[in-house]
Design a protein around this ligand. Structure first.
Ligand code: SF4
Length: 675
């Protein structure tokens, strides 16, 4: 009986998707059969995840303009309003915004719902704000984005790991156990808990990681460290990159980044001397208006040293959100169809048309990317209605006050959530939905391993799955959608068949029996693909691509009015916009309030003491937070965690031209003691 026995499942939070068991009385313990946390570790978010299920703030009835109503009444109202808005303004007047924490089944259903039931091109998701730059760079270099294209346990066998812009000791602590063996090189403007573990910490000025990566590769070439045999056999384009690097001599890079030449040389020599080595990137390198080029520069370095696609070495992206990998594969992105197919690929459209039973020409084309979609809401050219699933953009989007004002201009906002998040609180209609241990579903972790979350408890009375919301609305719009997760997954398998992310050989039974299955897995008897690039990369000629890229300054540089860099990130106790973790008592005790971290020299210059309330202003807004003084941050930079409303009022929505990633990681601010 549900709730009375132990169920094997996975954590509701980050992309490590630690295995856990949940039993009677919400007792949680780590599993040892899931490699990500096979040593039996969970972080404090995982240990306390049971409290999410019993939160006193759970919604248990749909809200219609703030009043509880019956499910049918809420679904009828939304369907009626959607039909009216579509009739008056056309199908693109309705937008859908998804999330990287949704199960694969929900991500798939949402994409199908947008294209088939609503006929809109206007769908994107918050994963665009997460690892889209690394995804774009991996596709450019390797022809395929599979996050970390190797099992996480491979890392422990390496001699050296370079981690650019990732703070795994706080964001996913069990990851650190995989870094016990190698020498760790960390690139980060802050001396984070991860940087403190490093053999070598390179501390560049925010917004200069790209220059640093160019400098590292320049040194590798100048010092004769390039793996010429690998480059000749497995890549193309090296000569163009070699030529493009001629002016990136180390002293110039030191002037731009602040990283001493001897440290750069130490890093490159350690990587090149290692028999086995990895280059990893996280949000610090990726969340920039040049994020795709920054990751490309680190991939170029890894390729020159002969790492990707070899046993025990490689390049990988440390994806952040729980289903950040699966969330980008099944069709909730503006430019994609299920199976990680391109939406403008005629063959992909024909395939999905057959699965969905509609003419290919009825599938809309690409829509707006996440920030562009939010920025268009309520404008004369933009959507008039927004359906929001698993996302809280009023806290998590850049220029968040502007986004809130755009949302305020909508004719209809519908939110699916299990609590009243800051964005759900603005909605005309809120549907109360199930969460992790109350429903079955698959998640694809940062390794590309497809995992099964099992239903362990019944949801509270009055609560239904997002799949029920989608199917309920689709039915009222004249379409039949599956609601059972396993049936949705079977359809997803067919939809993905033949695509880059082929799940057609994966079943719930296999996942349970094999502790996860790596995609691509194109047939029932196929073993899955833990290391997809060992024999060849995914470009038609099987070779990886070097791509020349150039450094440029951040979209916003410091000046007299805004003289300090702001960078943002996460803390151990909280996850993403904090909508979940800010409701867990032990996590709130551990990290109760927003703060701004300043160097002692900057604090003295500004007359700020630890504990003072500080006002931080940028060209987009203002935010108050408590001052923390620390020499772990550069003198020219302040840090704010983004789990509370505030940090993203300041951040810059300048977009990467390829990935459409906003520049979360650097903008210019003024810092003052609040009088
Ligand atoms: Fe593991 Fe991440 Fe959950 Fe922590 S939040 S227990 S690291 S999956």
């Amino acid at each position: 009986m549900l709730g009375s026995e132990v169920t094997k499942t996975h954590c509701p939070y980050c992309a490590l998707q630690c295995g856990m068991e949940i039993g009677p009385e919400l007792a949680i313990s780590p599993r040892t059969d899931i490699p990500a946390n096979g040593s039996g570790a969970l972080c404090q978010k995982g240990w306390t995840a049971g409290e999410l299920l019993t939160s006193g703030e759970r919604l248990t009835a749909p809200l219609l303009y703030g009043e509880p109503v019956a499910w049918d009444a809420a679904l009828d109202h939304v369907a009626h309003r959607l039909s009216a808005i579509r009739a008056e303004y056309g199908p693109d007047a309705v937008a859908v915004f998804g999330g990287g924490g949704l199960t694969n089944e929900k991500a798939y259903s949402l994409g199908k719902f947008a294209r088939v039931a609503l006929g809109t091109s206007q769908i994107d998701y918050n994963g665009r704000f997460c690892m889209s730059s690394a995804a774009a760079a991996s596709i450019r270099a390797f022809g395929l984005d599979r996050g970390m294209p190797f099992p996480i346990t491979d890392l422990a066998g390496a001699d050296v790991v370079l981690l650019a812009g990732g703070n795994v000791a706080e964001t996913m602590p069990p990851f650190v156990r995989h870094l016990d063996g190698p020498r760790l090189i960390v690139v980060d403007p802050r001396r984070t808990p991860t940087a403190k573990l490093a053999w070598l910490h390179l501390q560049p000025t925010p917004g200069t990681d790209l220059a640093l990566a160019l400098g590292l590769l320049h040194l590798a070439i100048a010092d004769g460290l390039v793996d010429e045999a690998y480059v000749a056999a497995r890549t193309t384009g090296f000569e163009e990159v070699r030529t493009s690097l001629s002016s990136w001599w180390p002293e110039r890079v030191e002037r731009i980044t602040g990283v001493p030449v001897h440290q750069m040389r130490q890093a490159v020599r350690a990587l090149a001397a290692a028999g086995k080595a990895y280059v990893l990137t996280g949000r610090g390198a990726e969340q920039h208006a040049k994020g795709t080029d920054t990751v490309t520069a680190f991939i170029n370095l890894a390729l020159a040293l002969g790492l990707p696609g070899t046993l025990g070495s490689g390049y990988g992206c440390v994806t952040g959100q729980g289903n950040g990998q699966g969330g980008r594969e099944h069709g909730q992105k503006a430019d994609q169809l299920p199976g990680y197919r391109k939406i403008d690929d005629p063959a992909a459209r024909e395939h999905l048309a057959r699965v969905w039973g509609i003419p290919a020409e009825d599938i809309p084309g690409p829509g707006r990317s996440a920030y562009e979609l939010l920025d268009a809401l309520g404008t004369p050219e933009g959507p008039r209605a927004l359906l929001l699933f698993g996302s809280n953009p009023v806290v998590s989007a850049p220029a968040a006050e502007h986004v809130a004002s755009r949302i305020g201009g909508l004719d209809l906002l519908v939110a699916c959530d299990f609590v009243l998040s800051e964005t759900a609180a603005l909605a005309d209609v809120v549907f109360p939905v199930t969460q992790w241990a109350e429903e079955d579903g698959t998640m694809t972790n940062l390794e590309g391993r497809v995992l099964l979350r099992r239903r362990a408890y019944p949801p509270p009375a009055g609560v239904r799955s997002d799949l029920d919301v989608i199917a309920g609305l689709a039915e009222r719009l004249g379409h039949r959608f599956e609601t059972e997760p396993v049936r949705v997954f079977d359809e997803l398998r067919r939809a993905s068949q033949g695509g880059p992310a082929d799940y057609s050989g994966i079943t719930y039974e296999r996942i349970a029996n094999e502790t996860g299955v790596f995609w691509p897995c194109p047939a029932p008897g196929h073993p899955g693909t833990p290391r997809p690039f060992l024999d060849r990369f995914a470009h038609p000629d099987g070779r990886a691509r070097f791509v020349p890229v150039e450094h440029r300054p951040p979209a916003e540089v410091t000046d007299e009015d805004y003289p300090v860099h702001l960078t943002t990130g996460r803390v151990l106790a909280h996850y993403q916009s904090g909508a979940q973790t800010r409701r867990i008592a032990p996590l709130v005790r551990a990290a109760p309030e927003p703060y701004v971290e300043l160097h002692p020299d900057l604090a003295e210059q500004l007359g700020i003491a630890a504990g003072d309330v500080v006002r931080v202003s940028s060209r987009r807004g203002e935010s108050k937070a408590v001052a923390r003084i620390s020499d772990a941050i550069r003198r020219d930079t302040v840090f704010m965690p983004f789990h509370w409303e505030g940090a993203n009022r300041l951040t810059n929505p300048a977009l990467d031209p390829v990935s459409r990633m906003p520049e979360f990681k650097v903008c210019a601010v003024r810092v003052e003691r609040d009088s």
